[in-house]
Design a protein around this ligand. Structure first.
Ligand SMILES: Cc1cc2nc3c(=O)[nH]c(=O)nc-3n(C[C@H](O)[C@H](O)[C@H](O)COP(=O)(O)O)c2cc1C
Length: 237
């Protein structure tokens, strides 16, 4: 009886401590909120970069992200918005911020892949849609005009890992015949799995050379990744 009471007390204390830690994290660790609501980021500050010299190489930075390809409601704060950031009132995707860092360091051109269809606002619904896309091997239609690839030697490809590989929209981009003779440098953001099969899949999907120098950035680290991106770019000489 005494033993049972003791256990009950321990569970109660543990529960209270856990609840207090979660509440404290939510209110006092700004970035911890990002799995529930978009968190603030100052794009100009987060993507302020040292210049990286790419020599004679002409660089195109291509990215895909949920922002701009999803139907976010006005009150996006009220939905499950893991991986979203906000610069004042403007939503910012992880891949978009990483791609902006690259562009600010190397110049050239920055291009965001746009899909014809829009993904759902809620993170979990997008995860389901992406699973269906993958299972049915859907050809995800892109909108807009792709950049003139013949002008570039080097493509930095920035994307989120979706189900352990590249999102369908990135697969569609990779099927362009004009990638022949270019080198792709993958910059991958993920929620814990790392690049998964994405790099091997890029190799299977496209005619470009794909570098082994891959940078992986955990989603919680994106806003503070300028140093890592800078080091990576410098190593690509
Ligand atoms: C449809 C979908 C599938 C995902 N699959 C994975 C996964 O397999 N492994 C992983 O670590 N993270 C996964 N994530 C998390 C994203 O890769 C991660 O949050 C990324 O930083 C989001 O970048 P974005 O803001 O540019 O979209 C997934 C996210 C979505 C929306």
């Amino acid at each position: 009886m005494e033993q049972r009471k003791k256990h009950k007390k321990i569970y109660l204390i543990a529960g209270v401590v856990l609840a207090a830690a979660l509440i404290a994290g939510y209110f006092f660790v700004p970035y911890a909120k990002r799995h529930y609501i978009p968190v603030s980021v100052d794009m100009a500050e987060a993507a302020a970069m040292e210049k990286a010299d790419m020599g004679e190489r002409k660089v195109l930075t291509v990215y895909f992200t949920r922002v701009g390809n999803s139907e976010f409601e006005e009150d996006v704060d009220a939905v499950s918005s893991a991986s979203l950031m906000k610069d004042n009132e403007t939503l910012v995707g992880n891949s978009q911020l990483l791609a902006t860092m690259v562009y600010n360091a190397v110049g050239g051109e920055l291009y965001g892949i746009q899909t014809e269809k829009k993904y759902p606002s809620a993170y979990s619904d997008t995860v389901s849609v992406a699973k269906d896309e993958m299972d049915s091997d859907e050809d995800v239609a892109l909108s807009g005009t792709l950049p003139e690839l013949s002008r570039y030697d080097m493509v930095v490809l920035v994307f989120p890992v979706w189900w352990g590989t590249v999102p369908g929209a990135v697969k569609s981009f990779l099927q362009s015949d004009d990638l022949l003779g270019k080198t792709i440098y993958p910059l991958v953001t993920h929620g814990g799995s790392g690049a998964g099969n994405s790099v091997e899949d890029i190799r299977k999907l496209c005619k470009a050379d794909v570098s082994n120098d891959v940078l992986e950035v955990f989603d919680d680290d994106v806003a503070n990744a300028a140093g890592a991106v800078s080091e990576w770019l410098k190593s690509l000489h």
